[in-house]
Write a protein that binds this ligand. Structure first.
Ligand code: ADP
Ligand code: MG
Length: 226
């Protein structure tokens, strides 16, 4: 049996208040094997991003259970949740989320430094080289192409050596060719590092490159891909 890295049991989450409240995750069960690559697809508004936020420890469940790498997160306090996230989980977004007035090197190094890593700049340089940006260390995000900005974001996500890499539409803002290169990079890094990859995408051909395809509809898994 494969080792399980993510376990969600009867996960429930409502976002918003009063009239704008939306029951987003509805008694959702999901279990993910360590080291696997998983493509999550589903209609807009079905809860994909919310699911990733829960897995990243950025949204807390209203009910049910979540365990990542054996650690129960449903009853963890904010501080231990943040510490757990920093050590175990890397996140990549569609819109890169780089800090515009920091260089590529600083975007990767500063979070490491804030986490207390004394070798932050050396590690950041190594990670930027690993994503093919060794010649762009001093560039600001505005001086980089979309694909290059996403490479910086990937280097930043990988720098703490996470067990789990979460990517929400990582190629959604890129042209097809650049998107393919970014996907190639994600899969290569996943294989090299033995990480678990969870990727949300609208692109069926990208989802098909994952070992397992999971479909979500209105807050529930309708095809677990097993
Ligand atoms: P997806 O990523 O699959 O497009 P999301 O997880 O972003 O879907 O959103 C799922 C549903 O939850 C949508 O209907 C969205 O409008 C709603 N939603 C997301 N965030 C909030 C919020 N903060 N307050 C109220 N509703 C929200
Ligand atoms: Mg989304």
């Amino acid at each position: 049996m494969d080792e399980t890295i993510i376990e969600l049991k009867k996960a429930d989450l409502t976002l918003g208040q009063g009239a704008s409240a939306v029951h987003v995750l509805k008694s959702l069960d999901l279990s993910i094997a360590k080291g696997s690559s998983n493509g999550i697809t589903g209609p807009s508004g079905s809860g994909k991003s919310t699911l990733l936020m829960v897995l990243a420890g950025l949204e807390r469940l209203d009910g049910g259970e979540i365990r990542i790498a054996g650690t129960p997160l449903h009853d963890a306090d904010e501080d231990s949740l943040a510490a757990f996230r920093g050590r175990n989980i890397g996140i990549v977004f569609q819109s890169f989320h780089l800090i515009p007035n920091m260089t590529a090197l600083e975007n990767v190094a500063v979070p490491l430094e804030l986490a207390g890593n004394r070798d932050a700049f050396a590690i950041a340089e190594k990670e930027l080289r690993a994503v093919g940006l060794g010649e762009r260390l001093s560039h600001y995000p505005g001086q980089l192409s979309g694909g290059e900005q996403q490479r910086v974001a990937i280097a930043r996500a990988l720098a703490p050596q996470p067990k789990l890499l979460i990517a929400d539409e990582p190629t959604g803002n890129l042209d097809a060719e650049t998107g393919k290169h970014i996907a190639d990079l994600l899969f290569a890094q996943q294989a090299d590092r033995g990480m678990t990859l969870l990727l949300v995408t609208h692109d069926p051909s990208l989802a098909a490159r994952c070992g397992r395809q999971i479909q979500i509809r209105s807050g529930q898994i309708i095809d677990a891909g097993l």
